[in-house]
Ligand binder design. Structure first.
Ligand SMILES: [Zn+2]
Length: 163
């Protein structure tokens, strides 16, 4: 389960609309309660990143997925620079947080993970996907990998709605 506030989701959907028709991406910083099953991740900070998708990333991805390389544009892919991840990690630690997931957008596509999303996914992360249709954010969904390494929907709980 992922706990979030309405403001955090607004930040993510605004970013997704800004970069349309390209994909946006960013990191989710927060805390994880590992005592509970399934794990509860609490989103504290949304960390926007550049979409660093380029030929280098495409080559790395091609090795991972064997899928066709004809979609090498930011419209279909995202890639977060490892340097940016390192920086986010360091700041997170200073605030007693950790990276709990990744968000990205799907321009004119459903908020459902693609095969290339699965190829680079980590089992300990939550994946928020925003579907942006004609420049407007539509659906926001959250996913995580199960033990078979397949994505399944992760429950999202708005803290704002609760209080
Ligand atoms: Zn995707």
């Amino acid at each position: 389960m992922l706990k979030y506030t309405a403001e955090q989701i607004e930040t993510i959907t605004a970013h997704a609309q800004q970069t349309y028709p390209e994909e946006c991406c960013g990191l989710l910083l927060g805390q994880v309660n590992r005592c509970q099953q399934p794990q509860v991740r609490c989103l504290v900070k949304v960390w926007q990143t550049q979409n660093a998708w380029n030929l280098e990333a495409a080559a790395a991805m091609a090795e991972l997925t064997e899928t066709n390389q004809d979609k090498m544009t930011k419209i279909r892919r995202y890639w977060i620079d490892p340097g940016e991840i390192f920086q986010a990690q360091r700041q997170a630690r200073e605030q007693n947080l950790e990276i709990i997931g990744v968000y990205h957008s799907h321009p004119d596509q459903a908020a459902v993970p693609s095969e290339s999303d699965r190829a680079v996914a980590w089992s300990s992360y939550s994946y928020i996907i925003v579907s942006v249709v004609q420049g407007k954010a539509q659906e926001t969904r959250c996913w995580c990998l199960n033990e078979q390494n397949q994505f399944e929907a992760e429950e999202m709980l708005s803290l704002t709605a609760q209080s």
